[in-house]
Design a protein. Sequence first.
Length: 153
Amino acid sequence: MEIIISKDPENLNVDEKIIDEIKKAVEIIGELYDLKNFSVSITLTNDEIIHELNKNYRGIDRQTDVLSFAFRESDEPEIFDSEIEILGDIIISIERAKIQSEEYGHSFLREIIFLTVHGMLHLLGYDHIEESERLEMETEQKFIMEKLGIGRD
């Protein structure tokens, strides 16, 4: 599985340990869901940029914690003769994750990994609009977090 992690803005202050843990979590998710020949892009950003993306792409005029753009659900043309299938993009607000980790009383790392798991599940087709979908997605999130060895510290 190809995992591309970037920062926007590039000077965003993110500990390399956090980036390593995100990559490790995505690799394990890749193993759990048999995503050998897939590519995912993760961008770590701030509230200002994620607010703008949320407004432009979802019509919601506020910041959020994570956005997922599944390539399979997009209008982009299929790429044939490629050994790797693009799963999609995940955008995570570092600022929002810090605030939420404090609000929920757990570590910043746990919040970042949870948002990564949540974003990956969206790329895999899970959603939480309907109650039944929300329950199914929560079950998967709990399963993955347990596999990652991350509880509600």
